[in-house]
Design a protein around this ligand. Structure first.
Ligand code: MN
Length: 322
């Protein structure tokens, strides 16, 4: 997914309880002919990172006949991995490292940009309803200049009383994802039956985020509404979740505090303003007469859509997020 929001709004965040910080979403147009809209809960001014998770876009359920679905032409990334996770629908992914994949509900598709990659994401013709998330992970300094890559994993459903979990990154409920990451991470989809109460063992060195897709929950004793992202600081070894009167679907994200300052702009993660300016210049230099030429960000093969030019840089210097 491509971040087209170059002037993020300031969002006031209410505190949901003693331990839980509630990050409410803001609506951002994603682009495409009819500008599908997404609900962005990360980054925001009050919080940029949860572990290495640095970007949370949540969308749908959208009737594709109304929104036009997802039509994101080739665009570049550096210094991050993207995690696509769908609840409904299908997306065709193509990238410059030669990967073409169908993103399907309940299956992890993790694309690592490293030094540089470009990709396109388009919902398939057979998709009537599109509903899912796209998450970004910041790569640590030691890995951010590495080779691009792509990993697919369909995690098994872990069943407990009132709970079905799919652990796509890290470990939870005795299930460990085989997908390797450059920093310790947790990523899982949780389905709670109406009124279900679960107490999860979690890593006390991790901070956690609870993104509510459908229904409402109490997380660590404080309420979260649909589309909210609840933040919990490190220091807890259990996490209690209680569903409201309806079944609830959540994503649980986590990781130890990232510990590095990053600069995020458009689709790039770097460490300095100058670095991001240089990434933008390289991408723009690969776009000639509306077509993509080879270079640091490669070429997306068999791609009918014209590549996405970078927006103008803001007048101010880009600031680090920590
Ligand atoms: Mn993207």
């Amino acid at each position: 997914m491509s971040n087209l929001d170059t002037r993020p709004d300031e969002v006031v965040c209410a505190s949901g309880g003693a331990d839980l910080e509630v990050l409410t979403p803001r609506e951002v147009p994603l682009g495409g002919p009819r500008a599908m809209r997404v609900r962005r809960t990360l980054p925001q001014r009050s919080r940029s990172l949860i572990g290495a998770w640095c970007f949370v876009d949540h969308y749908g359920p959208d009737d594709v006949a109304d929104t036009g679905g997802m039509v994101v032409p080739p665009h570049p990334h550096t210094g991050l991995s993207t995690v696509s996770w769908l609840f409904t629908g299908e997306i065709q992914h193509r990238d410059s490292a030669g990967h073409a994949a169908l993103v399907r509900p309940g299956e992890l598709n993790l694309m690592t940009a490293g030094h540089g990659i470009s990709h396109s994401e388009v919902s398939t013709e057979g998709t009537d309803v599109l509903h899912g998330v796209q998450l970004w992970l910041a790569l640590p300094d030691a890995a951010r200049d590495g080779e691009p890559g792509f990993v697919h994993h369909a995690p098994p459903a872990v069943e407990r009383d009132g709970l079905t979990a799919r652990v796509f990154l890290g470990s939870l409920l005795g299930e460990t994802s085989p997908v390797g990451t450059h920093t310790p991470l947790l990523g899982a989809e949780l389905l709670l039956a109406a009124g279900a109460r679960v107490v999860l063992d979690v890593d006390a060195s991790y901070e956690h985020g609870v993104l509510v897709d459908t229904g409402s929950v109490s997380a660590a004793g404080a309420p979260l509404a649909a589309n909210d992202l609840g933040y919990l600081a490190p220091g807890r070894s259990t996490l209690e979740l209680v569903a409201g009167d309806e079944p609830a679907r959540l994503l649980l994200l986590g990781g130890p505090p990232f510990g590095e300052e990053i600069v995020m702009w458009w689709n790039f993660v770097g460490r300095t303003h100058e670095e991001v300016v240089a990434y933008r210049e390289v991408w723009q230099s690969q776009l000639v007469d509306g077509t993509q030429h080879d270079g640091r960000f490669g070429v997306v093969a068999d791609e009918p859509l014209a590549p996405l030019p970078a927006p103008e840089l803001p007048n101010a210097r880009l600031r680090t997020r920590s």
